[in-house]
Every structure is written in C-alpha cells, then in structure tokens.
Write a protein that binds this ligand. Sequence first.
Ligand code: ASP
Length: 290
Amino acid sequence: MPDDMVDAHIHGVRNALAAGWRVLEHGGSSLDAVEEAVVIMEDDETFDAGRGSFLNRDGKVQLDALIMDGSTLRAGGVGCVERLRNPVRAARKILSESPHVYFVGEGAERFAAEHGVPLCTNEELVIPREVARLREYQAQAANGGNDLFAPAISHDTVGAIALDRDGNIAAATSTGGTLNKAPGRLGDSSLIGCGCYADNESAAASTTGWGEPIMKLVLAKWTADRISAGNLPEWAAQEAMNYLKQRLNGHGGIIVLDAKGHFGIAHNTPRMAWAYKSVQKEEAGVERAG
Ligand code: ASP
C-alpha cells in the first residue's frame, strides 16, 4: 500500500466498521453485520472488490465472494461473476434462500437476479485507474518484466468478521482477485475454509493476499482449527502468517475472531488496513505488530 493510499484505506475500513457496528448495536446478527460492512468496501473504489477491482487478462472485472454463518455453518458463495456490484449480497441470498452453497458465473448472476439482487454491466465495474494499471502491467510483462511479482498483483481484498449479542460469529470476504488473472481463475477468497470461514465452535476468519498459496493451505480453516485446539486468535493469526510464509513463501493477511470475543489481526506484508470495535474500544490502522 503506497503512502498516498493510506488515508483512503483507513477511511474505507472505518466506514465498514461503522456499518457493521450499526447492525450489531440495533440487535442485528453478526451475519447481517459482516454483509453490511463488506458492501461498504465493495462500493469503495479503494479496494479490490466490487467496482474498482483489478481487471483480468481480458480487461474485465470478475468477482468472488463468500459469507458464512458460524451458528449454523450455512454459507453462500459466488465465483467469477461479472455483473454484480455487490457479490456479497448474492452470496447472502444463496446462504439464506438456496439449498446450495456455491454458484459460479452466469448461473450465479441468474440466481441473484431472481432473488432481487440487481445486475449491472461489466463496464460499470471498470474504472480508469484499473485500465491504466492493467495496461502498464501487461506492457511490463511483454518486456519480460515482473510478471510473477505476487505482492503487486494480489492485495486489497475485503473481509469482515463479527460477534453478536447472541454469541454467534460470522465472516464474509469479497474480491476482484488478482491483477491480470486468467479468465475463470478463482482465488482463495470465496472458497470455504480458504479465504473465509466461520464456526461458533472454533472461529470466524477472513484472509487476503496471494490466493494460490492460501488456498493450498486451506488457511482460514487451518487457523480456526488452532483455536478450537485451545489457542488464542491473536496467536493463531500470527502463526497462520508464519505458516503461509514458511511453507509456500506466500504473503497476505488475516483477521480472526472467536465466539468469546477474542480476536487476532496479522499480516506478513508491510501493511494491511484493519479496524475493529468492541464495547470498550475502537481502533484502525495499516500496520499490526505481533
Ligand atoms: N486473495 C485474493 C485472490 O487471490 C487477492 C487479494 O487478497 O487481494 O483472489
């Protein structure tokens, strides 16, 4: 995250936090809270989610999202959707109104439309900043440039985790994936247990970073398992980042929360925007030590 993007990121995560908190304050569920928080970040062009996402190799926005309810283990996911401003809304409809868990591409868009989630054109999701970024990246790659420099092509996925007054936790993750990805490529973000997971008996988690290593390690579930084994989320989040780095030289970040309200925030990149709020305290930042 370059210096001149720090303020926009802090602003974005604070807005998301406020939206999630509003839900919880009014007695709403953690599931509603994470959905509303993620919608705010999908709508914010700062992030790689919704409008303003990275473009794929064909210059299109292709989005993935997952939402999961820790009390029932119900989940809803969409992959490779091109006509949804808020894929997390479609994911939520799948969770609440479908016997299935995961929809991709056109079928996901059709399901969304049939359940009241409006469709848009792909062009509406594309912004000039990303057209320029893709052009520059492709020009560099054509000159034998840093085609595989992973940190430059995978960042700014959004995620939220929450605990409500009934003691239930939930998680949601939404992304435009990686820059210049092949059409049809799906990352970790919308895969259960990889980029997102929630179970009251272990933890809720959401990840960001280079998706291929994260999904190979099933990292969100890996982290939740450490917590059900008796470790604190703070430790497990840090361990997950160490594991990602050591095992596959992956980079990224994770937010984790258990049903007692213990949480962890960790990243092995120089920066990751984060924010949290509890009854006692509210904080936000772009670096999280230890
Ligand atoms: N994890 C996402 C993906 O690989 C990218 C990101 O976190 O920004 O699709």
